[in-house]
Design a protein around this ligand. Structure first.
Ligand code: HEM
Length: 448
């Protein structure tokens, strides 16, 4: 039961990811004082919209159109509407990127309204198609649908909040330079953005992960608890965006989110809790390689998620206790969830979901762990870099300047500034690995 709408959406999202991440790397270089051409410094503001409105939105739309009908073995209610939603969302992204160059004082509001109408129309069509597919009851594991419905509701909410309450928007330009203020509101708003793919991942994993891990069922009671917590945290997060300086609400939002992620991991047995000796005894060769790949990646991804949410939580604690907004916690929370959790999950699920789309099988024997190692190293270096950029920290660049041999300091600055490229490197290694493993495998789908 394949449809021809998911493929172009997923491919577009991956292209946008490569562009958005490369722009992020250029941004990072400029923050660490590495000189970049003037033209490039103007495009760095495009990194957040490319990643959130482009990559994340399109990826989940593509996967949603593929997986939700597939779970119940029915087609999408309207392929034409699905294509229109793809067109609207992509057009709104292109318009958003072009805004700084085409708007004047007179036409700015018109262009912004067109952008929001295009985006909201695309997202509403997506939501209607997914909700009407969800109305057909699946044979098993209905709870998965509620996670997906919550994710779609979150996507609509964050976009609607941006529409009616633009001050919650996180990306802005002040006198030509990028606004990088770390506030509780902007962190919550970004986390809500990230909650949309995170909860979609929950929906997919609730349905598939326990059977991948040991032909078992998820724990329904713990799963329901996780869903209720995710819903409560999302509702609280949206409310907090309407209340200025609501750091306490943001803190509770993060506490609920953390407990929700812990309970979810437990409900789908991410860290074990079932007997797998029989499985390990029976599998070997390609099946064993696949099993080990799944178990390692799923654990690593959830460790990233717990660390990312904890950083956001500490960010709020520090804001409440010491009225200090630590940029390191803000930046690391966003990027550990986005690159660490979402990135590692994509690395895990892409090879599992791709075969029916591309009609080829994938051989896991050719897989390696280089992409997640590169992601981990890049995030550690990013954390170190954020730490050294803080003028108040013991090892800040400004403090070390006087005590350390300057060529060494320059080398450190360059290494940290260039460390973002390790993630882009991980993406290339991953694509190469997928390609290599596909070519060798015999196709099960040739006659479909
Ligand atoms: C190669 C990978 C990436 C690199 C090198 C990178 C780099 C950066 C840099 C340098 C900033 C500027 C502010 C800061 O230091 O936090 C930033 C901000 C941001 N990044 Fe990334 N990024 C990457 C991947 C991602 C991904 C995958 C996402 C989401 C899917 C993302 C979302 C964001 C957002 C939303 C902001 C704006 C935060 C704010 O409001 O200040 N980034 N990124």
């Amino acid at each position: 039961m394949s449809n021809n709408v998911s493929k172009p959406i997923v491919i577009t999202s991956i292209i946008v990811l490569f562009i958005g991440s490369s722009i992020g790397c250029i941004w990072m270089m400029s923050i660490f004082g590495i000189e970049i051409p003037r033209l490039l410094s103007k495009i760095i503001i495009n990194h957040p919209p490319l990643q959130m409105n482009g990559f994340l939105t399109l990826l989940i739309m593509g996967i949603g159109y593929m997986i939700v009908p597939r779970f119940r073995n029915i087609p999408i209610p309207s392929l034409t509407l699905a294509h229109i939603s793809f067109f609207f969302v992509t057009a709104s992204l292109v318009l958003q990127l072009a805004l700084p160059y085409i708007t004047t004082y007179e036409n700015g509001t018109t262009f912004r309204s067109v952008l929001m109408i295009l985006r909201m129309s695309g997202l509403v069509i997506f939501a209607v198609l997914i909700f009407s597919t969800l109305r057909v009851k699946p044979k098993l594991l209905r709870l998965s649908d509620y996670f997906i419905a919550l994710a779609v509701a979150t996507l609509l909410s964050v976009n609607a909040v941006e529409l009616i309450h633009p001050s919650a928007s996180v990306f802005s330009l002040d006198n030509g330079s990028v606004n990088r203020n770390a506030t509780a509101d902007s962190l919550t708003s970004l986390e809500l953005w990230l909650l949309f793919p995170v909860v979609t991942i929950y929906g997919i994993e609730y349905k598939t992960l326990p059977s991948f891990l040991g032909f078992i069922r998820p724990n329904k009671t713990v799963g329901i608890a996780s869903l209720i917590l995710a819903f409560s945290s999302m509702a609280l997060g949206v409310i907090s965006l309407f209340i200025p300086d609501s750091v306490l609400l943001s803190l509770i939002f993060n506490i609920l989110l953390l407990i929700s992620s812990l309970t979810f991991a437990s409900s789908v047995h991410v860290f074990g809790g079932f007997d797998k000796t029989e499985i390990l005894r029976l599998i070997q060769g390609e099946k064993k390689a696949r099993y080990e790949f799944i178990t390692l990646h799923i654990k690593v991804s959830f460790v990233f998620l717990f660390i990312g949410i904890s950083m956001a939580l500490f960010f709020n604690v520090e804001a409440i206790l010491h009225q200090q907004y630590h940029f390191i916690l803000y930046d690391m929370a966003i990027h550990i969830i986005a690159i660490g959790f979402i990135g590692t999950t994509i690395t895990l699920y892409f090879p599992l979901m791709l075969p029916p789309i591309i009609k080829k099988t994938i051989n896991f024997v050719d897989f390696n762990n280089i992409p997640i190692i590169l992601i981990g190293v890049s995030l550690c270096l990013r954390g170190l870099g954020d730490f050294m950029l803080n003028p108040n920290s013991l090892f800040s660049f400004s403090y070390l300047q006087e005590s350390i041999w300057s060529p060494l300091l320059i080398a450190v600055r360059y290494s940290l500034g260039l460390s973002g490229w390790l993630v882009v490197g991980a993406m290339f290694v991953f694509v190469g690995m997928l390609h290599k493993s596909m070519n060798k495998a015999p196709s099960l789908y040739e006659n479909e």
